[in-house]
Design a protein around this ligand. Structure first.
Ligand SMILES: O=C(O)CCC(=O)C(=O)O
Length: 298
């Protein structure tokens, strides 16, 4: 174990770019920035405490809560990953979470520029039925959503223990440095060119991102990632918050949020202080039905 004196964060396994959040200010060290630049990801263990997770869980469930806006993402093999997606943070617990410094300021530091909330989603891979995602880059999609630069990232926060059995993320270390790959239809999904992915798999490490509930993966929008179906008896839920740099607001209105005003950052204990809030006003929840996007609570 290595103690990083600048950050009060323990770096336990350098190969996993793994840091430990101590519950105070999350100071992004030069080493964390270097890991992100070199490998396209860092893992921050314990980003959310069990108490915070319990609040988030209660907030997203229940009548007329976020989960009532879930829709299915068909994996082409008879399984579904269910998800709910919203463009704006809003005032509910998930919005508070995405405005905490530990998510938003860390994203800003890793990208090296001011950020705004591009969208978030709750990804619900249920036990036995949760679908897979083919290899892709998020910027493979976001390029088509009119973002000019890949200066964007995602914070994947595990709400459950996620491992190889229940379909954890797999990433190709350093693949973000290849730039954007061509994407097209792969097994019924929008995926990266499989020939190019195979060539990259031959030369780059595949990392299975196994996380405990509350751990988070920060990853670059060009990092190749995939996940298998959930064949276990355990659900695999995660919140994915995506941040875009303010200089990279989409040049056309397509689906996700544009930059309008600086993100109002909140203290790292804001979820604990706010508690359960299910106010969906202003969130711009997006539901995909029959290939069309429908917006609620704009
Ligand atoms: O949650 C997962 O397993 C993958 C999600 C993902 O890759 C995405 O939403 O882009």
């Amino acid at each position: 174990m290595q103690f990083d004196q600048n950050t009060c964060i323990l770096s336990t396994m350098p190969g996993l770019n793994e840091y430990y959040y101590d519950g105070q200010e999350l100071v992004v060290s030069d080493q964390m920035k270097q890991d992100f630049k070199q490998d396209g990801f860092i893992i921050v263990r314990n980003l959310l405490s069990q108490q915070e997770l319990a609040i988030v869980e209660e907030a997203v469930n229940g009548p007329e809560s976020l989960t009532s806006f879930a829709y299915g993402h068909d994996d082409g093999e008879g399984r579904l990953a269910k998800m709910c997606l919203w463009n704006n943070p809003g005032n509910d617990t998930t919005g508070v979470l995405s405005r905490t410094r530990k998510l938003a300021n860390t994203s800003k530091e890793l990208l090296g520029a001011d950020v705004y909330h591009y969208h978030s989603k709750l990804m619900m891979k249920e036990a036995k039925t949760g679908g897979k995602f083919v290899w892709h880059q998020d910027y493979g999609y976001w390029y088509n959503f009119a973002c000019l630069y890949p200066d964007m990232l995602t914070v994947f926060i595990a709400m459950d223990k996620t491992d190889q059995e229940n379909g954890c993320l797999q990433i190709l270390r350093g693949s973000h440095r290849c730039g954007r790959l061509d994407h097209g239809v792969v097994a019924g999904q929008n995926g990266a060119d499989l020939k190019r992915v195979a060539a990259l798999e031959a030369v780059l490490d595949t990392v299975f991102v196994e996380l405990n509930a509350g751990d988070a993966l920060f990853f670059h929008s060009n990092l190749l990632h995939t996940s298998s179906a959930n064949v276990s008896q355990r659900r695999r839920w995660a919140i994915l918050s995506c941040y875009n740099t303010t200089h990279n607001s989409p040049h056309e209105k397509i689906i996700h949020a544009h930059y309008e005003e600086p993100l109002r950052l909140l203290d790292n204990d804001a979820v604990l202080k706010t508690g359960v809030n299910r106010d969906l006003n202003g969130k711009d929840i997006v539901v995909k039905t029959d290939g069309n996007y429908v917006h609620y609570f704009s």
